[in-house]
Design a protein around this ligand. Structure first.
Ligand code: FRU
Length: 485
């Protein structure tokens, strides 16, 4: 059953339950014919507290079913105050979750497990910690990531260390039971990696993928002082249990993306989901009764140069409904290209003739044109600028402009700018052919239809070729215990 939610900002093609708080994707695994996607979940309200693992599964990334809550804190136990983040692996008939056991009276979140023998419907916690103590020198410790490599199991745990380094700590096991600590896989003195982004004091949610002799370590940079959190990718290679990292970069250039998690799919693809948090004030979040969503599933590849490339999973093309916009032409001012529903998938090819920092696309979401999200080409910087300063008439929504590198945007490149934009009610995900992404939240107050425009103030005009499809909602079956708003 697919139901259109009444709240105009609740997404229809992004995973989240209809109410309450969610954050990180957790427990991603393909097991016995299903993709399993769990997530940090507070079943009692729209704030970060009482962390459980909510749970969806799907055979095809399009038809989803909400399963009963997978992990629940056990009073008096090591996870009494929360089942924090981690992942899951499929091992024969068992689906095994590895997670961080949270208690307010302990600084570390040691690793524990739970397993399911009925395809994720019910879970049995282990009852004792799997790795009870962090190694000496750790000052922050959480978020196991377990994967199979050759004849052994390996695990990374996020940490900060007393020597000032953030680290991803490596463990190995032959049987998923006995784990041997192998030392830091990578440890770094936190360094700024881009304006406004710092690798932070500690690393959380480490994830690792590897292909053809290369690897990429993804970490969440967490900084109790600075607050803002970003996801950083280190490309590199492994040598004897140590990761030889090259220069890091941002995994996503938007303001509202964090804690991505990987799923090795049975067909060899790496899939990734991230958490996109709210960008509106807490009072509005409380009123709405929900916070956070998971990004689209993304296919992740490692390019020859080591860069990590993301595109929406190919399956999502099947969500495209009727074609809403087909427009090719050239404008010297503003061209109205057509209208879309509040959930749409758009591809564009743009050719500004002159060095014009006003050329780009506008998504107009109010009848009077006062509310809009802009994507502009900055030919001097070789970047696209996503501007949400006017994206909501409600002052409780956050504004800001955000930049994503796009070498084709430079005036001299001679190459058209291509992009794909997936919008789902209050989330926009921008994908470039380079595999770079920018994720942000915005909160239009105007009802559908929304209008797409090509705009330029430059003398040479803007050539455009734009297609857009309205999106069908995921086919979603919520757990029997749940009422949809
Ligand atoms: C990342 C994170 C994890 C932690 C979880 C708690 O967003 O802080 O490090 O396990 O969220 O919800």
């Amino acid at each position: 059953m697919s139901v259109m939610p009444a709240d105009p900002h609740l997404p229809v093609a992004h995973l989240r339950p209809p109410s309450n708080w969610i954050n990180d994707p957790n427990g991603l695994a393909f097991h016995n014919g299903h993709y399993h996607v769990c997530f940090q979940y507070n079943p009692y309200g729209p704030e970060h507290a009482h962390m459980h693992w909510g749970h969806f599964r799907s055979p095809d990334l399009l038809t989803w079913e909400e399963l009963p809550v997978a992990l629940t804190p056990t009073p008096g136990a090591d996870d009494a105050d929360g089942c924090f983040s981690g992942n899951a692996v499929s091992d024969g008939d068992r689906l095994i979750a590895f997670y961080s056991a949270f208690r307010t009276d302990r600084w570390a979140q040691p690793v524990t497990t739970a397993e399911s023998r009925d395809n994720g419907v019910t879970w049995t916690p282990r009852g004792s910690l799997l790795i009870p103590e962090p190694p000496d020198g750790a000052t922050m410790y959480r978020d196991p990531y377990v994967w199979r490599e050759a004849d052994r199991w390996r695990m990374l745990v996020g940490s900060a260390q007393a020597n000032g380094r953030a680290a991803a700590l490596l463990y190995e096991s032959a049987d998923l039971e006995e784990w041997e600590y192998r030392g830091p896989f990578l440890a770094r003195v936190p360094q700024p990696v881009a304006p406004g982004a710092d690798t932070g004091l500690g690393w959380e949610c480490p994830q690792y993928l590897h292909a053809n002799g290369r690897g990429a370590l993804l970490i969440g940079a967490w900084d109790p002082e600075l607050g803002p959190r970003r996801t950083v990718v280190y490309p590199g290679r492994e040598q004897d249990g140590r990761f030889l990292a090259e220069a890091p970069s941002l995994l996503d250039h938007g303001p509202d993306f964090y804690a991505p998690a990987l799923l090795p799919a049975p067909d060899g693809r790496w899939l990734l989901w991230g958490w996109s948090w709210e960008a509106r004030d807490p009072e509005w979040v409380r009123e709405s009764g929900w916070a956070g969503l998971l990004t689209l599933p993304r296919e992740v590849t490692l390019a020859e140069d080591g860069s990590l490339r993301q595109q929406p999973a190919a399956e999502l093309l099947a969500l495209r409904d009727e074609r809403a916009v087909t427009a090719t032409g050239r404008t010297t001012a503003t061209a109205v290209l057509g209208t879309v529903s509040p959930s749409f998938d758009l591809t564009a090819r743009l050719e500004p003739r002159a060095a014009d920092t006003t050329a780009g696309l506008r998504l107009v979401t109010s009848a009077d044109g006062a509310e809009y999200l802009d994507i502009r080409i900055d030919p001097d910087a070789g970047e696209l600028v996503v501007d949400r300063d006017h994206a909501s008439l409600d002052p409780r929504a956050h504004g800001g402009t955000f930049r994503i590198p796009c070498p084709e945007a430079t005036a001299a490149s001679g190459v058209p700018v291509e992009l794909r934009l997936v919008v789902d009610r209050s989330v926009a995900e921008l994908y470039l052919p380079s595999g770079r992404t920018l994720t942000l939240r915005f909160y239009p107050t105007g009802g559908a239809p929304w209008q797409i425009e090509a705009r330029t103030g430059g003398t040479g005009g803007l050539g455009y070729s734009v297609g857009a499809w309205n999106l069908r909602p995921y086919t979603m079956r919520y757990a029997a215990s749940r009422r949809h708003p």
